[in-house]
Design a protein around this ligand. Structure first.
Ligand code: UDP
Length: 336
């Protein structure tokens, strides 16, 4: 299939590009490189550096490449930043998605795979854990709302257009890197737990801070559902291959099991063989104690299951990349 990947120079998008290419699809990437990296787009896949909000230009790309499916990853994804600058998030994540859909409609592209997030659920009460797709959606920050609004539009658009087909995929904590070590996770600034721990293991940070040790969980730290990026992308390809007129999928993507911050740190120590200094700090505002998915709907309907369920294997893949590329994509010299 001819596939347009938006945000294909970012962490998750670049893994999608690689998997699509290896599966024999013809891929084109659009990315404004505001958070992505040219070097993350591998295998000679064409990269168009452009804004998605420019629907006329996107229409030309769709038409010129005979695109049959769009995988839409391009988005800003820092919760704190979204609170401080909501308009930027609604413009970039919500408005630009609508312009993209407009361009698709003009050209007649009828398949869409959308990266959504468990942040659309907000802070579900304990009665909703593990989280199914029917859990009420009540985001608690502009980032979550910016994605929720796109979901809403897609549901209405699907209903009104029987030929359109989409998959709304709500990610839990995506982690790990390409197992060949070609591409990886690089954010600036880095806010995610696993890369921060690994940077501490490399000596790039003096320590890792645990945000809160007084949560009502067995070891007092927050519990999250960490899914390997390649399993997540497998689910995207599976959904894409099952899109057909009138079909709409809404799935949670997680492994269905939660691990605490302390368990993640312990795994990173095992994998790296390095002592990682830990500092216990206060809670980070807006962090619910425990979030993990019930992924049984996609298992039941499409037969997807996560293959990498061992946290050491997830962290090992991240370590492989980060230890070879300690400065991310800006300087790819290996650690001596
Ligand atoms: N976390 C932490 N220290 C850090 C970064 C994150 O203790 O330096 C915790 C955070 O409170 C959350 C979990 O690790 O419970 C995962 O956080 P991350 O930012 O990676 O993803 P989120 O769950 O917020 O999407």
């Amino acid at each position: 299939m001819n596939v347009l990947v938006t945000g294909g120079a970012g962490y998750i998008g670049s893994h999608a590009v690689k998997s699509l290419r290896l599966a024999g699809h013809k891929v084109v990437v659009v990315d404004n490189l505001s958070r992505g990296f040219r070097a993350a787009v591998t295998g000679g896949v064409p990269l168009v550096v452009h804004e998605l909000g420019d629907w006329e230009h996107i229409r030309r790309i769709l038409k010129g490449n005979r695109i049959e499916c769009v995988m839409h990853f391009a988005a800003l994804a820092y919760v704190g930043e979204s609170v401080n600058d909501p308009l930027r998030y609604y413009r970039n994540n919500t408005a630009h998605a609508l312009e993209l859909l407009h361009a698709m409609r003009l050209v007649g592209v009828q398949r869409f795979v959308f990266s959504s997030t468990c942040a659309t659920y907000g802070e579900p009460g304990p009665e909703h854990i593990p989280i199914t797709e029917d859990c009420p959606q009540q985001p608690i920050n502009p980032y979550g709302w910016s994605k929720f609004f796109v979901e809403r539009v897609l549901i209405d658009y699907c209903r009104a257009n029987p030929d359109f087909s989409c998959a709304i995929l709500r990610y839990f904590n995506v982690a790990g890197c390409d197992r060949e070590g070609d591409i990886g996770e690089a954010h600036n600034p880095e806010t995610h737990l696993i890369p921060l721990i690994l940077q501490a293991a490399l000596g790039q940070r003096p320590h890792v801070e645990i945000y809160g040790t007084d949560y009502p969980t067995p070891d007092g730290t927050c519990i999250r559902d960490y899914i390997h990026v390649e399993d997540l992308i497998d689910a995207h390809l599976l959904c894409m291959n099952n899109l057909a007129p009138g079909r709409r999928f809404i799935y949670n993507l997680g492994i269905g099991r939660g691990l605490s911050v302390r368990e993640i740190i312990a795994s990173a120590q095992r994998v790296t063989g390095r002592k990682i200094k830990v500092v216990e700090g206060p809670r980070r505002p807006g962090d619910p104690p425990s979030l993990f998915a019930d992924p049984s709907r996609i298992q039941r309907e499409l037969g997807w299951t996560a293959k990498v369920t061992d946290i050491d294997a997830i962290i090992e893949s991240a370590w492989k990349w980060i230890s070879r590329n300690p400065r991310g994509y800006t300087n790819q010299h290996p650690v001596e």
